[in-house]
Design a protein around this ligand. Structure first.
Ligand SMILES: [Fe+2]
Ligand SMILES: [Fe+2]
Length: 171
């Protein structure tokens, strides 16, 4: 029997940009939740591994969006006269910069935890807000893309351009 990764199967089946982006963001949020679960159980190795997974997935996803989606979105905005309020190219790129910075900070804070000190639980408690901050900015960015960016692209792109963008963002 052949084992199939259910998430990558769903990614292949997603026929709208909204659905594809939602799946990709859910996967990334899952890494953050795993990190929080591990750190609250004082599993530093597991927590760090989950943060690394988040960071790698975020970098790849943001790079694809910047390379393939933002130029198309900018073009749609020019056709319509303007982009929706709260979803300018500058705002979207700014979100990616903030997320990368907060992800690096969370990673650095996790690396700085010292398992040999007797106050490990206290160190973890003081570090967790860093991850919650990252998750909250990520949630905000997800809403922006799911409500303002991808629905507009799903509606406005002609079939060819829509398929091309779906394929580029699936990578
Ligand atoms: Fe996204
Ligand atoms: Fe994004």
């Amino acid at each position: 029997m052949c084992w199939r990764d259910p998430v990558s199967e769903k990614l292949q089946q997603a026929s709208t940009l909204v659905a594809l982006n939602a799946l990709q963001h859910e996967t990334m949020d899952g890494y953050l939740l795993s990190a929080l679960e591990c750190f609250t159980a004082l599993d530093l190795e597991g927590g760090l591994a989950a943060l690394c997974q988040f960071n790698e997935a975020l970098q790849a996803h943001a790079a694809h969006e910047e390379q393939y989606m933002l130029p198309v979105f900018d073009g749609v905005g020019r056709q319509d006269g303007e982009l929706p309020r709260g979803a300018s190219i500058d705002i979207l790129e700014g979100d990616h910069v903030s997320l990368a910075r907060l992800s690096t900070r969370s990673h650095e804070a996790a690396i700085a935890l010292d398992a040999n000190r007797p106050d490990l639980r206290r160190q973890v408690v003081l570090m967790l807000p860093q991850i919650y901050r990252l998750r909250s900015v990520f949630e905000h960015h997800t809403v922006r893309e799911q409500e303002l960016v991808y629905p507009l692209l799903d509606r406005q792109l002609v079939a060819d351009a829509h398929q091309r963008l779906l394929a580029s963002l699936r990578q």
